[in-house]
Write a protein that binds this ligand. Structure first.
Ligand SMILES: Nc1nc2c(ncn2[C@@H]2O[C@H](COP(=O)(O)OP(=O)(O)OP(=O)(O)O)[C@@H](O)[C@H]2O)c(=O)[nH]1
Ligand SMILES: [Mg+2]
Length: 195
């Protein structure tokens, strides 16, 4: 994918504040600190279009981005599973996410991101269940693969596949450091967007 422009449109929590559903859209979901924003920045060749942080849980809104002069949009979804988030924010997350997945008519796929070093937890499985419930095509990605030696990767991928019930080859492997996996993920996004 050649990127000619990438611009922040707006943040929202509820449908009345989403941008009009005029462009095909792909969203990025995963636990806090998993690397959602880093993946988007690598895909669009920007160091900091999307704010990345070492303080997890700071992005608690849906952030919409316009790519290639309104060819399509990408959405950085709020992360889940961060212990220090206030209870009210935690409670709002589920309904906010379900509403988006259920009602966003232009949503073509969700890139569902897991950390290669972690076994998926309850919230990850919950997210997968919602994606299935609302019939959202899902692009599973295992990120931060640079953190493990190649010999350790396979064992972790198998654990993640077992925990999610997805086949091992459903996952694209990615690293924001080495950019491995970038082209493969773009191909899957392009297929979903039909651009
Ligand atoms: N080594 C390595 N570090 C990564 C990778 N991806 C992200 N990180 C680091 O992980 C931390 C979190 O990355 P973010 O992209 O901000 O994660 P996020 O999922 O957007 O986090 P929230 O917005 O807080 O939910 C940052 O310190 C990144 O530099 C990767 O592929 N490899
Ligand atoms: Mg983020």
């Amino acid at each position: 994918m050649k990127i000619s422009s990438a611009e922040f449109i707006k943040s929202a929590t509820k449908p009345s504040n989403y941008p009009p559903p005029e462009l095909p859209e792909v969203a990025f979901a995963g636990r806090s600190n998993v690397g959602k924003s880093s993946l988007i920045n690598v895909l669009v060749n920007r160091k900091s279009l999307v704010r990345t942080s070492s303080t997890p849980g700071r992005t608690q809104l849906l952030n919409f981005f316009d790519i290639n002069d309104s060819s399509f949009s990408l959405v950085d979804l709020p992360g889940y599973g961060f212990a220090k988030v206030p209870l009210a924010v935690k409670k709002a997350w589920g309904p906010m996410m379900r509403t988006y997945l259920e009602e966003r008519v232009c949503l073509k796929a969700v890139v569902f991101i897991l950390d290669i070093r972690r076994v998926p937890r309850e919230e990850d499985i919950q997210m997968l269940d919602w994606l299935e419930e609302f019939e959202v095509p899902t692009i599973p990605v295992i990120t931060k693969v640079d953190k493990l030696k190649r010999s350790q990767r396979d064992r972790q991928i198998k654990e993640i596949a077992d925990a999610t019930g997805l086949p091992k080859d459903a996952f694209s492997l990615f690293s924001a450091l080495t950019k491995e996996g970038k082209e493969e993920i773009w191909e899957r996004i392009e297929d979903a967007l039909e651009v």
